[in-house]
Design a protein around this ligand. Structure first.
Ligand code: MOS
Length: 730
């Protein structure tokens, strides 16, 4: 189904099932231990072998020698795979560095061997016996020092330019009555999902099946085949349940390759879970940024000049953290400049982590807006309202399809009690606590992606949805079931959903908050095909047959049970949603406003978040319960980014020092107060037949700055260097 005109009225608009806050249909399985992760597939392989991954002990250089003889002779060892004996390996299209290093080493903890043994303990013990001598090479590990060597790439790797220019920024900024010019920094951040990257691999002849934890099944299958020199048909990737993704599982990682190689070498099914202390350096992380924001405005608050530069680093062949992209779209202003500056660093691979680009970019931009408001003596919400725009400020002929930023801020201010905020910082006190309020706009783009599905109507009347879409804890199972139930006019308990298997139709997968809108639109398309099949079978008018309450008929005619159509066997509808130019004609983005109240202990400078509210405008909300869960999860992650999360870089040896959950701090329940989420009533007919968008990443964008602005309001100390830890307030 080609979607190239704004959506008309359609069966989803009935909102009898879609739009209801139903519980996750996979919920009972998730909480009763019957939704197994890859490492728990005892049903597939009752007696698998186990692989232990050895990570490189240097950041860059060569392996001078590796002696595996003692390890090979250790009890229970079945195989040891290294670059020496793995055979020819290619690199996945989406991998920057090789997943199996040696003799050349590209980054610290790059996998250099997998030791396969009868038991996990035997594999771990034998791995300690592998003797590796390295010839370390030099490397660049310090973003600040490499900053001057950074280059502006032609594009950002996502199809947008590396730099943009409108009008004459320098001249306009020079003449501006009120100016902000400040530098901000965000640290490297680690994925800390509950389920580590883990895989069970099994070969049958030259056919490989991996049960793994991956957000993008089709990308994974393609890159696994390419890496092993197989045809894609020889590879099956299965990932029905995932214990958190956040972008760290968008790509093929070492667990999959090491399990596949270990299984081939040992002739056994092999399980590999990347050890937690390996994950921060072995896999991908959110790269650190240094950002400079300059804003010039008239005394009345009108922005006349806005510039955002961001510096980040990555491995050779890697890409920039796209931290300036929201600044191209968020506020009006005639003279504009943005640029991404990419330095070559030899730290581990940088890549996507929840709202890549916008999340760290908003952490800088939205403090700068707070600083501008203060200099102008205008309320921060009012400054943002004055500079709102309904058109793309770089290309004024393009309108936003929907943009309710102002309404999000207005409603949020009312609900949060924003008028109780003191515009002068450091004066509200409760006992020993200094109290402050901060806010920030939220912004995240909404992307369209092709997505296919198959929907069957079984003889029993059961509707079965099949697509390789993943559920990374987001509620995909549930909203896809709701979509099929709405389209076929059956109860949601009449629908089964099968996901996460490369043998199923290729979906958009889960990433970039594109999953909900696009995957449900794919199911919508398949249901349209199934409705036609039902109508055809019963001799009804294909175009206007009415589906209601498990029945079907011509308009005004007799309604018969859907199961009459399956008297000769099940019916199948299969199709994909494909997008035309609507997403180019209209800028499709999601908007919101974050409000935060903090208390700061006036003696110790301990920071506690006391209240949080997000107001989101993100198209039709397909399930308010799962959407709310996405947003509060993202807000929690935003608090982590604001106050805690930071990979400490060893700038001499080039690795992340705090590479486990003991040293890498994330929020716990006690750090998170009551969180409120409000969704504006919105439908976007340009986004898809579902008229929906994504919310999972909107929820994090802006939170960091809202916290930092609240800390400033409480204390009068402006911290521009994340995370905002108490030492920076003293
Ligand atoms: Mo998300 S960072 O695109 O999986």
């Amino acid at each position: 189904m080609k979607f190239d005109q704004p959506a008309q009225a359609n069966p989803i608009d009935r909102m009898q099932v879609v739009g209801r806050p139903i519980d996750r249909i996979d919920g009972p399985r998730k909480v009763s231990g019957t939704a197994p992760y890859a490492f728990e597939r005892h049903d597939i392989a009752a007696d698998p072998a186990y692989g232990w991954v050895i990570g490189a002990g240097i950041a860059r250089g060569r392996i001078a020698s590796m002696d595996i003889s003692a390890a090979r002779a250790a009890p229970g060892v079945l195989a040891i795979v290294t670059a020496d004996n793995a055979g020819a390996l290619d690199k996945g299209k989406r991998n920057t560095a090789k997943l199996l290093g040696g003799p050349q080493i590209d980054h610290y903890h790059q996998a250099i061997a997998v030791v396969v043994a009868q038991t996990f303990e035997q594999a771990r013990a034998a791995a300690q016996l592998v003797q590796v001598r390295y010839a370390p090479g030099g490397g660049d590990f310090d973003l600040e020092r490499q900053r001057d060597q950074a280059k502006v790439p032609k594009d950002d790797g996502m199809g947008s330019p590396g730099a943009t220019q409108v009008g004459n920024f320098d001249a306009a900024f020079e003449q501006a009555a009120v100016k902000v010019d400040a530098n901000y920094s965000t640290p490297d951040q680690s994925h800390s999902m509950m389920e580590p990257h883990a895989t069970l691999a099994m070969w049958k002849g030259d056919q490989l099946t991996v049960w793994t934890s991956n957000q993008m099944i089709d990308w994974g299958a393609e890159d696994l085949a390419k890496t092993l020199g197989l045809r894609k048909e020889q590879v099956r990737v299965v990932s029905p349940f995932i214990g958190g993704g956040f972008g760290g599982k968008l790509f093929l990682r070492a667990d999959v390759l090491m399990a596949a190689l270990g299984a081939r070498a040992s002739g056994r099914p092999v399980k590999v879970a990347l050890q937690r202390p390996l994950i921060p350096n072995n896999t991908t992380h959110r790269p650190a940024t240094i950002q400079r924001v300059r804003i010039g405005a008239k005394r009345d608050g009108t922005i006349t000049a806005i510039a955002h530069d961001s510096w980040s680093g990555d491995q050779p062949g890697g890409g920039p953290e796209t931290a300036v992209n929201q600044t191209r779209l968020l506020y009006a202003g005639e003279n504009r400049h943005t640029a991404l500056h990419l330095a070559e660093l030899h730290l581990p691979e940088g890549n996507a982590m929840r709202a890549p680009g916008e999340a760290p970019g908003m952490m800088a931009l939205e403090i700068a807006m707070d600083e501008l408001a203060e200099k102008l003596g205008i309320d921060p919400i009012e400054v943002r309202r004055i500079n709102d725009t309904q058109v793309d400020p770089e290309k004024p002929s393009r309108r936003f399809s929907q943009r309710q930023l102002v309404e999000c801020m207005r409603l949020g201010a009312e609900r949060f009690g924003w008028q109780g905020r003191s515009p002068v910082p450091g004066i509200r006190r409760e006992g020993r606590w200094l109290i402050g309020m901060g806010m920030a706009a939220a912004f995240r783009n909404s992307l369209t992606m092709k997505s296919a599905a198959r929907v069957k109507l079984e003889k029993s009347g059961r509707v079965v949805v099949e697509t390789d879409m993943t559920d990374i804890g987001t509620g995909s199972y549930t909203i896809l079931a709701q979509t099929a139930a709405e389209m076929m006019a059956v109860g949601v308990d009449q629908v089964s959903v099968r996901l996460g298997d490369s043998s199923l139709p290729v979906s958009c997968g889960s990433g970039g908050q594109w999953g909900a809108n696009n995957s449900t639109a794919g199911v919508y398309a398949a249901c349209v095909a199934l409705r036609r099949a039902v109508a055809g079978k019963l001799g009804l008018n294909a175009e206007d047959a009415v589906f209601a309450q498990g029945k079907v008929g011509n308009p005004g005619g007799t309604m018969v049970a859907l199961t009459q159509a399956t008297s000769d066997g099940e019916l199948v509808g299969e199709d994909a949603i494909e997008y035309g130019d609507l997403a180019k004609t209209f800028q499709q983005s999601t908007f919101g406003a974050h409000f935060v109240e903090v208390g700061v202990d006036m003696h110790t400078a301990e920071i506690r978040v006391r209240r949080m509210l997000a107001v989101c405008a993100a198209g039709r909300i397909l399930n308010p319960k799962t959407a709310r869960s996405q947003v509060i999860g993202a807000m929690t992650m935003g608090v982590g980014a604001a106050l805690m999360e930071e990979l400490a870089v060893d700038k001499r040896y080039g690795f992340f020092v705090n590479h486990d959950l003991a040293g890498y701090e994330v929020p716990v329940h006690a750090d998170i107060p009551h969180q409120d989420v409000i969704f504006l009533d919105e439908t976007d007919p340009t986004s898809s037949p579902m008229k929906a968008k994504g919310v999972g990443e909107l929820g994090i964008c802006g939170v960091g700055a809202a916290v930092a602005n609240a800390v400033y309001n409480a204390t009068g100390v402006r911290v521009r260097d994340y995370p905002v830890t108490l030492d920076k307030l003293l």
